[in-house]
Design a protein around this ligand. Structure first.
Ligand code: MN
Ligand code: MN
Length: 306
């Protein structure tokens, strides 16, 4: 029997995965987890720089073998490692963009899928730049209260509200293959008009299976990146975030949608905007860990134990 350690004990890597900071170790990995402790781009509350550490901490509560309702331990089917946090000089925030992009490019070159623990949602932009290099313009499934398609693309701004307008401007994503889930804010501009929006009201009217079916229709078999802004959830379920908006999804709704996305051509995942200073009872960080774990279970679905 494997050594059992209490959730509050031991070093906190994501899900107690082995540490592998060296690129050479990623060649045998299916998944490389890394933190992006960066919150310079938020329009309101800061604190997402503490997200990666809090998510790793809470993941230890989940690191006890088979995962409900999947019925298996994904790490018996896929190889995953924790590469630590992407380093950058806090006095040069532009460095995060370069270093995160280079990190993800190396992970993809090694044939693994990147999981990024944010950090504010701006961190998704350099990840998408690396994905475009390898796959061309990709499909995106974005869970979020906000569409993040504000005006101001192409000006080098560091702003979590322009991630997807900038990604469109740079040709990183395929507009008509993008779907935004849980939206409950209004954007006056034209950017992203070709994206599919399943707003929060629609999510509340539909069964999670129906939401998932619509997502599958949009992305098809394309290489697809899954980006989860934790503020997609209602503040009752995820208070620890920078720009909360009432009326969002429950933890169950979000998970139940993910459960129905088996078999899509996933190339990577992130969970962004977990801000521990605003959290209550660490429930937001715990849900961040749960979502990253559900993504690992998605990748492991249909695979045999090693
Ligand atoms: Mn966002
Ligand atoms: Mn948001």
């Amino acid at each position: 029997m494997a050594e059992q350690r209490a959730s509050y004990s031991g070093l906190a890597t994501f899900m107690r995965l082995p540490v592998a900071e060296e690129e050479s170790a990623w060649k045998v990995a299916d998944v490389v987890v890394a933190g992006a402790p960066f919150d310079v781009a938020t329009t309101n509350r800061p604190g997402a720089r503490f997200g990666p550490r809090a998510i790793r901490d809470q993941s230890l509560q989940l690191a006890w073998g088979p995962i409900w309702p999947w019925g298996y331990d994904p790490f018996e089917r896929i190889r995953a490692v924790d590469a630590g946090d992407v380093p950058f000089d806090w006095g040069r925030p532009k460095e995060l963009e370069e270093n995160l992009r280079n990190h993800v490019a190396r992970v993809l070159r090694a044939g693994a899928a990147p999981i990024t623990l944010g950090g504010d949602h701006f961190c998704t932009l350099p990840v998408l730049r690396a994905c475009k290099e390898r796959f061309g313009p990709v499909a995106v499934i974005q869970f979020d209260a906000h569409r993040d398609v504000e005006e101001g693309a192409g000006q080098g701004r560091i702003d979590h509200g322009i991630v997807f307008s900038e990604a469109l401007h740079e040709g990183l994503i395929e507009e008509t293959a993008c779907v935004q889930v849980g939206i409950r804010t209004v954007y006056p501009g034209e950017a992203g008009a070709g994206m599919t929006v399943i707003d929060a009201a629609a999510c509340h009217e539909m069964h999670p299976r129906q939401v998932a079916a619509k997502i599958r229709d949009v992305v098809g078999g394309r290489p697809v990146y899954l980006s989860f802004d934790i503020d997609c959830l209602d503040p009752a379920f995820a208070p620890g975030t920078g720009t909360p908006v009432p009326g969002g999804l429950s933890s169950h709704q979000a998970r139940a949608i993910l459960w129905e996305l088996k078999g899509l051509n996933f190339i990577g995942f992130d969970v962004m905007e977990v801000s521990p200073p605003y959290d209550a009872g660490e429930i937001t960080a715990l849900m961040g860990a749960m979502l990253a774990l559900d993504f690992c279970c998605l990748l492991a679905a249909g695979k045999k134990a090693m």
